[in-house]
Design a protein around this ligand. Structure first.
Ligand code: FAD
Ligand code: NAI
Length: 475
């Protein structure tokens, strides 16, 4: 007998589980189906983000940063530590505990909000009386029926043709988060967000890391000044980053992986490594969903086609997160999930893509919201820019971390903030103020006039805003 709900959500990643909770808060009867399992076959809601993405990568980044600090930086603070050694099992084990806390947290929230959770793989059946039919395959097979279905099936790592992931030698983000040993030589293809974050983790733990990037410019979507500063810092730390390469044949032997490539100067090169991470973007999870059964429109790359409100080509079917257009970010997925749930409840929500922040959790961290300077130039928009270096910020000096700067871009006439860019300590937290200002369509003068606590890193943002008007006080 089919179980009837107001809403069925497919996927319990940040897009799906948040949509399910919001819909339940708004009084709907909700089912959420998710296929992710622990090694023991238990449900592991939270999707890529919780299991093999945001959360475990940040846990490893934190632990590896502690290791690097103990080795390299504590002595500057007069803290002498001897015999620093790495316990990789414990480090990775701690990450697993953090992941499980998040899985359990979501199961708790489902109970609290009366979301009915089903563990298994969902696919569309034929349309039935009462709505869309969703079949759940797994140990407890079910048929669910709902007037509204939210697809939040996320994405998976894109493989390089001829170099499929084995998670032993050729690693996606999954294998790269659970290496049993620090590789002596680690190769990474793709100097994007994953390549830089996970490359940093293993470099800090002792690997010699070489990153091969196909694009001619490093971090081409990032503000040029920020990308330049970051490249300088990463290179100093020992990450070898080669841009403008063309990756050729990849060969595996029992002990190593060999990557043949042509470098930016056109010379044939060979990189030998113990392990290879391939981080060249992600593909949407739509295979097996039964899109063809119901005639759901996908684009040529497999993304579910949606409008600005996340409505698909079929009435009552919605899609959010990595499986649709736009940045593949957990917070973007969450905002869309909330918006769809609220729309189903008759509200008029809106997701502002112009104020979605980006963060790369390397050291220095990189964070930004809004337009880069090169985008404004391309658009022919008149702007004023102000920058402030962390070198001139008292808190950064006290921390012993003065790399980087803050840059504010504002409209030349109205002074509306158009973009804010950070490279430096704790940029991931600092960007929130810039997002708030931009969401309220504030001006650089607004930031400049707000009282910021002293001594804080956030004073660098205030100073950069003052610098837009050429009146920085401390630089
Ligand atoms: P997902 O999180 O992918 O969840 C989809 C869920 O649906 C999965 O549990 C999947 O098993 C399930 N599913 C799929 N098909 C079916 C089906 N047919 N039936 C049932 N269940 C199904 N983003 C950030 O914002 N910040 C970060 O720091 C960050 N770090 C990242 C680090 C790494 C290494 C990676 C890989 C990604 C990172 N991301 C980060 C991106 C972020 O993880 C994704 O943008 C986010 O998880 C997308 O959420 P989602 O709900 O759309 O999909
Ligand atoms: P990415 O899109 O960030 O970077 C991929 C890189 O690989 C690009 O620089 C691209 O030019 C390069 N590339 C593509 N094909 C190539 C080839 N054949 N040879 C060499 N280089 C090639 O993708 P990534 O790092 O895989 O991450 C996927 C997504 O996951 C990100 O776009 C992001 O949305 C999300 N993510 C977010 C994080 C965060 O918010 N901090 C952390 C990690 C991932």
């Amino acid at each position: 007998m089919a179980k009837q709900f107001d809403v069925v959500v497919i996927g319990a990643g940040p897009g799906g589980y948040i949509a399910a909770i919001r819909a339940a808060q708004l009084g709907m009867s909700v089912a959420c189906v998710d296929a992710w399992s622990t090694a023991e076959g238990k449900p592991a809601p939270g999707g890529t983000c919780t299991n093999v993405g945001c959360i475990p990568s940040k846990a490893l980044l934190q632990s590896s940063e502690h290791f690097e600090h103990a080795n390299l930086h504590l002595a500057e603070h007069g803290v002498d530590v001897k015999g620093v050694s790495l316990n990789l099992d414990k480090l990775v084990g701690r990450k697993d505990v953090v992941v499980k806390q998040n899985n359990d947290g979501i199961l708790y929230l489902f109970k609290k909000n009366k979301v009915n959770f089903f563990h298994g793989t969902a696919s569309f059946g034929a349309k039935v009386d009462g709505g869309w039919s969703v079949n759940v395959a797994g140990a407890n097979a079910e048929e669910l029926v709902a007037k509204n279905v939210i697809i939040a099936t996320g994405s998976s790592a894109r493989a390089l043709p001829g170099a499929e992931f084995d998670e032993e030698q050729i690693l996606s983000n999954d294998g790269a988060l659970r290496l049993p040993k620090v590789p002596k030589k680690l190769a990474v293809i793709g100097a994007g967000v994953i390549g830089l974050e996970l490359g940093s983790v293993w470099r800090r733990l002792g690997a010699e890391v070489t990153i091969l990037e196909g694009a001619p410019e490093f971090l081409s979507a990032v503000d040029r000044d920020v990308a330049k500063e970051a490249l300088k810092a990463f290179t100093k730390q020992g990450l070898k980053i080669n841009v403008g390469v063309k990756v050729g044949e990849i060969k595996k032997s029992a002990k190593q992986v060999t990557i043949n490539y042509v470098d930016a100067a056109g010379a044939e090169q060979k990189l030998e490594a113990d392990k290879l991470i391939v981080s060249i973007g992600r593909v949407p999870n739509t295979a097996g969903l039964g899109a063809e059964t119901i005639g759901l429109k996908l684009d040529e790359r497999g993304f579910v086609v949606v409008d600005d409100d996340c409505a698909t080509s079929l009435p009552g079917i919605w899609a959010v997160g990595d499986v649709v257009r736009g940045p593949m970010l957990a917070h973007k997925a969450e905002e869309e999930g909330v918006a769809v749930a609220e729309r189903l409840a008759g509200q008029q929500p809106h997701v502002n893509f112009d104020t979605v922040p980006w963060v790369i959790y390397t050291s220095p961290e990189i964070a930004w919201v809004g337009k880069t300077e090169q985008q404004l130039k391309t658009e022919g928009r008149a702007y004023r820019a102000g920058s402030f270096p962390f070198l001139a910020n008292g808190r950064a000096r006290a921390l012993g971390d003065t790399t980087g700067f803050v840059k504010v871009l504002a409209d030349a006439k109205t002074d509306e903030v158009l973009g804010v860019h950070f490279v430096g300590p704790v940029a991931s937290e600092l960007v929130a103020e810039a997002v708030a200002i931009m969401e309220f369509r504030g001006a650089s003068e607004d930031i400049a006039r707000i009282c910021h606590a002293h001594p804080t890193l956030s004073e660098a943002l205030k100073e950069a805003a003052l610098a837009v008007d050429k009146r920085a006080l401390n630089f």
